[in-house]
Unconditional design. Structure first.
Length: 255
């Protein structure tokens, strides 16, 4: 049995090539327990919920029709015309030399309330859902970070115990600039340079960075890391930052 799906289809259709369905889920329902092939016609399909397959779906095959180009995405399209300049107190957190170049987008005003969740991941942590990403013209943009390129190194480790949190210093880090930042994260190879992980920052105390979790192998002086997800470090074209509390997206346009 064959069922066709197309971006312009309607789920109440018969599923023929002349009258295709619109969603993969409806095609699955039509073939469940029977088996067959779902031919997906060319186009972009915006997936808002997972396609759940069970044992009764094992004989269903999903494939593009005659090698047509198909894209399945969970993304939401943002309208470029809705980006606007940053103003008020928030603008003061952006470095002065790029302040007028950064734009913002109110996701909540556009009816977008689900932003994904940033979570610790890497060696020693269970697999998690992906953190939110921003693409422009199919190119992934960079979450605002310090330093902009490569890595900084740990100058001193203050906690050597196997505590749930760890504290360290980096002499070159502009920690004072981050005093109003929230939801900071650090990525690095904190012990071995084959074991990377991402940790959330729970506290900044002077020049000391304290993480909310610990690297499974601990930390060592001289190991590489960078700090990311800071509005204060949104200073390069293509960088972005998302305030998960307000739903405000900030972007330094790549061009």
């Amino acid at each position: 049995m064959e069922v066709f799906v197309a971006p312009e289809g309607v789920d109440s259709n018969s599923g023929s090539i002349e009258k295709p369905l619109r969603t993969l889920d409806q095609a699955r329902k039509m073939l469940r327990g029977k088996g067959g092939t779902v031919f997906i016609r060319e186009g972009v399909y915006f997936i808002t919920s997972p396609l759940m397959l069970g044992p009764e779906d094992q004989n269903i095959r999903f494939t593009s029709y005659q090698n047509e180009k198909v894209m399945l995405t969970g993304a939401v399209i943002l309208q470029g015309s809705q980006f606007c300049p940053v103003s008020g107190q928030t603008a003061l957190r952006i470095q002065p030399d790029v302040r007028t170049k950064v734009l913002c987008y109110d996701l909540k005003e556009s009816g977008i309330y689900e932003y994904g969740k940033m979570q610790p991941y890497g060696i020693g942590f269970p697999t998690k859902t992906a953190a939110p990403q921003l693409f422009i013209d199919n190119q992934a943009q960079t979450i605002a970070r310090w330093p902009n390129e490569e890595f900084a190194v740990i100058s001193e480790v203050l906690d050597q115990s196997e505590a749930d949190t760890q504290r360290f210093r980096c002499q070159e880090a502009p920690v004072e600039r981050w005093k109003d930042a929230k939801d900071l994260w650090v990525y690095g190879y904190f012990k071995w340079e084959w074991a990377d992980c991402t940790l959330s920052v729970s506290k900044l105390d002077g020049d000391v960075i304290q993480t909310a979790q610990s690297s499974i192998f601990g930390m060592d002086k001289g190991k590489p890391f960078y700090v990311f997800h800071l509005l204060e470090e949104l200073d390069q074209p293509g960088e972005w930052y998302l305030d998960h509390e307000t739903g405000m997206l900030y972007l330094y346009p790549p061009y």
